[in-house]
Design a binder for this molecule. Structure first.
Ligand code: NAI
Length: 336
C-alpha cells in the first residue's frame, strides 16, 4: 500500500497522551504514514490561533480527507461554538458510527453486546441556534431536514447491508416532537420500504429504548438516531462494555472522515499518563479499514484482543494498573 497522509489532531486533556500512544502502535504495526499535526480546541488558542477550530486544520482535513483526532475540551455555557459541532458541520461529516462490542477479558454485566450506533451528526439540537428571546427566556432550535434525515437513514441501511447486520432500530421521541422526530421516522421508513426491505426495521421511543438496552442489549443491533440522542445513547452503551475507554468512533462524510474515540478530554485524569488509549487505538483500526489497510487493521485488533484477554496490562478504568504507554507497549508486544 502507498504512503498515507493523515491529519493528526492531538486535542486537549488526555488527547495528546492517547494520540501519541496510538501513533506508536500504528508505526509498530507498519503503517506508512506522514502525519500532518494541527491543533484544535483549547490547544489552538494556546498556540495563538483566534479560534478553537483554525481554518488551517479544516483545510488540511479537506485536502488529505482523513484525520485521527483526540478529544477536545468544550467550555460549558460559554465560549466558542464546540469544535466537534463546527468540524462535523463544516466537513459535512454527517454520520457518526460507533460500534459497541463486548471485549474478551473485560468483565461486565453482559457478555454478548454487539451494537452499532449510527448518529446523525450535523443538525438536531446541535445546530447551535440559540436565542435569548427576552431576558430570562431562551430558545434552542432543533433542526430536522428531510435531506439530512434521508441521508443518514440511507447511510445506516447501506452500512447494515454491507456489514451483514440484521436490523435497524430507530430511537425517537416523535410522540412529543411530532414534526422533527416525525420527519426522521418518515425518512427512515421510506428508505427501509423503498431501498432496503431486506433489513428488519423497527422503532422505539427513546426512554423505553434506553431501558431495553440496559436490560438486554443482545436484543438490539444497529441503532439509528438523531444527533443529541446519539450522543447520550453512545455513552450509555459504552457503560455496557467497560466504559468510555473501550468505544471507538468515526465521523464520516462523502469527502472526508475523522476518526476519534467517543470519550472526551477527561480533565480529571489528564497529564497523569493513566488514560486508556484503547478507544483511540480501536478508532485507528476503523481508520485503517477506511483506508483499505485491512492487514494492518487486523494485526492491531488481534494484538489488543490478546492484551485484553491476558488481563495483565489493563489500564485503571478496566481494573488494572497499567499506564497509557504501558498499555500501548503491551499491544505492540503482541503484534505479529
Ligand atoms: P469524558 O469522556 O472526558 O470523561 C468522563 C469520565 O470518563 C471521566 O471520569 C474520565 O476520566 C473517564 N474517561 C474518559 N475517557 C477515558 C479514557 N480514555 N481512559 C480512562 N478514563 C476515561 O467526559 P466529560 O468529563 O463529560 O467531558 C470532558 C470534556 O470533554 C468536556 O469539555 C467535553 O465537552 C469534552 N468532550 C469532547 C469530546 C470530543 O472531543 N469528541 C467528546 C465528549 C466530551
Amino acid at each position: 500500500m502507498s504512503k498515507h497522509t493523515i491529519v493528526l489532531i492531538p486535542g486537549d486533556g488526555i488527547g495528546p497522551e492517547v494520540t501519541r500512544a496510538t501513533q506508536r502502535v500504528l508505526a509498530a504495526a507498519g503503517l506508512d504514514v506522514e502525519w500532518v499535526e494541527l491543533p484544535a480546541g483549547a490547544t489552538a488558542l494556546d498556540q495563538g490561533y483566534d479560534n478553537v477550530l483554525p481554518a488551517r486544520t479544516v483545510a488540511a482535513i479537506q485536502a488529505h480527507k482523513v484525520a485521527l483526532k483526540g478529544p477536545v475540551t468544550t467550555p460549558v455555557g460559554k465560549g466558542f461554538k464546540s469544535v466537534n459541532v463546527q468540524l462535523r458541520q463544516k466537513l459535512k461529516l454527517y454520520a457518526a458510527v460507533r460500534p459497541v462490542r463486548s471485549l474478551a477479558g473485560i468483565k461486565t454485566r453482559f457478555e454478548n453486546v454487539d451494537l452499532v450506533i449510527v448518529r446523525e451528526n450535523t443538525e438536531g439540537l446541535y445546530s447551535g441556534i440559540e436565542n435569548e428571546i427576552v431576558p430570562g427566556v431562551v430558545t434552542s432550535l432543533k433542526v430536522a431536514s428531510e435531506a439530512a434525515c434521508t441521508r443518514i437513514s440511507r447511510y445506516a441501511f447501506r452500512y447494515a447491508t454491507r456489514r451483514h447486520r440484521k436490523r435497524i432500530t430507530v430511537f425517537h421521541k416523535a410522540n412529543i416532537m411530532k414534526l422533527s422526530d416525525g420527519l426522521f421516522l418518515d425518512c427512515a421508513r421510506r428508505i427501509h420500504e423503498e431501498e432496503y426491505p431486506n433489513i428488519d426495521y423497527d422503532e422505539v421511543i427513546i426512554d423505553a429504548g434506553c431501558m431495553k438496552l440496559v436490560q438486554d442489549p443482545s436484543k438490539m443491533d444497529v441503532l439509528l438516531m438523531e444527533n443529541l440522542y446519539g450522543d447520550l445513547v453512545s455513552d450509555l452503551c459504552a457503560g455496557l462494555v467497560g466504559g468510555l475507554g473501550c468505544v471507538p468512533g468515526s465521523n464520516i462524510g462523502d469527502d472526508a472522515a475523522v476518526f476519534e474515540a467517543v470519550h472526551g478530554s477527561a480533565p480529571d485524569i489528564a497529564g497523569r499518563g493513566i488514560a486508556n488509549p484503547l478507544a483511540l487505538i480501536m478508532s485507528s483500526v476503523m481508520m485503517l479499514n477506511h483506508l483499505h489497510e485491512d492487514e494492518i487493521a487486523n494485526k492491531i485488533r488481534s494484538a489488543y484482543d490478546a492484551v485484553l484477554a491476558e488481563g495483565k496490562s489493563l489500564t485503571r478504568d478496566l481494573g488494572g494498573n497499567a499506564g497509557t504507554e504501558e498499555f500501548a507497549d503491551a499491544v505492540m508486544g503482541k503484534l505479529k
